[in-house]
Design a protein around this ligand. Structure first.
Ligand code: PGA
Length: 245
């Protein structure tokens, strides 16, 4: 199975600063890997212009919980995202859960609108340090995965991102990653018995020094990369590692 290497720019970028990053992605994306980037909304069309004829995926970091058009000032619908030609959308990143109080009710709506628009949601899950230390991490992830209950989702892409590993330089260790990815895989199969295609990415301080080891672990189908996706050389390196893994 091809590895996924997805950059998450978060609230970073400018028309100028994006140029080398998009160029590196367009030049390095290839058939051996699913490489892509999620960008702030104003840069979706810039990503389209650069990546449309490349092998790269691009997409948004969030989407409205509301469907269709309407009086929802400031919101961007899944159909609007699809209109830009984008293919992927992050849903439920821990920063959205934390700063915007996103819960499973809102996330289920987002996932379903994204899927209805023909796009692939990358659903993020992860526990905080306190939850890990108190031993409730599996229960926390299970509750987050319950967003898929009663959903018809033959294809699921998850990003497991321990909150304590995001942007901290403290990557989860191999045993922690393997144990949680196997747990997620098994849970998804019990929630979605018809899920034929389950992809589980790891995220949290992934860089070109640690990616080769992480990408080899069982049930690790790729990486969601924040900080290291903001440097053209290191992101290009990660795509090459993903293509060879
Ligand atoms: P990081 O961010 O790679 O900077 O830790 C990952 C993410 O939040 O998606």
């Amino acid at each position: 199975m091809k590895k996924w290497i997805i950059g998450n720019w978060k609230m970073n970028g400018s028309l100028n600063a994006n140029l080398p990053l998009l160029r590196a992605l367009a030049e390095n994306a290839n058939d051996a890997c699913c490489a892509g980037v999620t960008v702030p909304y104003p840069y979706l069309m810039q990503a389209q212009a650069f990546l449309n004829n490349s092998k790269a995926l691009w997409g948004a970091q969030d989407v409205s919980r509301f469907d269709g058009n309407g009086a929802y000032t400031g919101e961007v619908s899944a159909a609007m995202l699809a209109d830009t030609g984008c293919r992927i959308v992050l849903v439920g990143h821990s920063e959205r859960r934390r700063y915007f109080g996103e819960d499973n009710t809102a996330l289920a709506q987002k996932i379903s609108h994204v899927r209805a628009a023909g796009l692939t949601p990358i659903v993020c899950v992860g526990e905080t340090l306190a939850e890990r230390q108190s031993g409730t991490h599996q229960a926390v992830i299970e509750a987050q995965l319950n967003v898929f209950k009663n959903m018809e989702a033959p294809e699921v892409v998850i990003a497991y991102e321990p909150v304590w590993a995001i942007g901290t330089g403290e990557v989860a260790d191999e045993d922690q990653i393997t144990a949680m990815h196997s747990f997620i895989y098994a849970k998804l199969l019990s929630i979605l018995p018809k899920a034929a295609n389950i992809t589980i990415l790891y995220g949290g301080s992934v860089n070109s020094d640690n990616a080769a080891t992480i990408l080899k672990l069982e049930h690790v189908d790729g990486a969601l990369v924040g900080g290291a996706s903001l440097n053209a050389d290191s992101f290009a390196k990660l795509i090459r590692m993903g293509s060879e893994a």
